[in-house]
Design a protein around this ligand. Sequence first.
Ligand SMILES: Cc1ncc(COP(=O)(O)O)c(C=O)c1O
Length: 399
Amino acid sequence: MNSRVSELLAGLAPSATLAVDAKAKALKAAGEPVIGYGAGEPDFPTPLHIVEAAVKACYEPSNYKYTPTAGLADLRDAIVEKTKRDSGLSIAANQVLVTNGGKHAVATTFMTTLNPGDEVLIPAPYWTTYPEAVYLAGAVPVPVMTSEQDGFRVSVEELEKTRTPRTKLLVFVSPSNPTGAVVRPDDVAAIGRWAAEHDIWVMCDEIYEHLVYGDAESVSLPVVAPEIRDRFIVVNGVAKTYAMTGWRIGWMIGAPDVMNAAINYQSQTTSNISNISQRAAVAALTGDLEAVAMMRDAFDRRRKTMTSMLNAIDGVNCAEPEGAFYCYPNVQGLLGRPLGGKVASSSSELAEILLESIKIAVVPGEAFGTPGYFRLSYALGDDDLKEGLERLAGLVAAG
Ligand SMILES: Cc1ncc(COP(=O)(O)O)c(C=O)c1O
């Protein structure tokens, strides 16, 4: 009998992070005092000058029409300038494709570069979308384990152990979701050289480039490892930097031949991205980084609060993240012991117990390829952040 949905989509996992967030929001809407650590989105409003640019765009009739698939010329130019300003990478406008958010740029990258059977190295813990998007492109996701002791930073040694003749592409993300790990500039350069030496492409996900704290430094792989030549794709977007998750603007940067293929693909799937959102993104990218600095300071403060509150809980161990807005504590010490009358044998069971008994929503490590951990976003208000962790501490102390 024919199945009602395609075999490909029947085999696709839903996004665990979106699912946790949706559940938390639904419970909250139903009046439950839920505190959500699930979503990877800033709690701040989009800065006003960006919103005003969108309002203005609503009154401009040219925005009511189809526009070029690859993106508005103003936005592609702004991305060229912004890329030079922020990471030092020089590109031309024909190397840019504006996409429906960074996630769409990730999926388009895999669609554009992979053939069936190609292997893609994905450092674990990984953002839950990477392996599924590789699967959709018909290729094979291959996790590369990193260790908590090394701050979850991927190394050439581990990559080399996992490389095979079928390895086509490496996913490189720093700062990382879910761990907040930031790879040191020298190591980024070494990873880039290693990839170049073995003819491996690199997709560099730079969505958290502005969210680094303390002495950590985020660098762009093709800048510190020019040996990669034209076998890189940079993925980026406005969501995390400018508190614009709902506006859905991302982009992909690559060699012109690759970008032509990506633009063709987009021309047959989405056509242009919303002109109003594109106009807002132009304002974001051409404006200053003052609001970004303010948000980063708040995240930095919350990062420290969350890390120390987590580490004060018996059975929880959390390395201080250096970037993005997530803590990724080891919670193995909470498994197999009574918590609010229940006992969890896995981090995903534990996440369910926490939502039921103390109404806090976290994403279990199973979603990121490493059971025994949780991801908690600290992009939420300071009071909620503290209150939820006090609930957790209380639950653990009561046993
Ligand atoms: C590592 C990483 N890349 C890309 C994205 C995509 O962001 P968006 O599609 O909202 O632009 C996210 C969002 O969570 C992310 O964490």
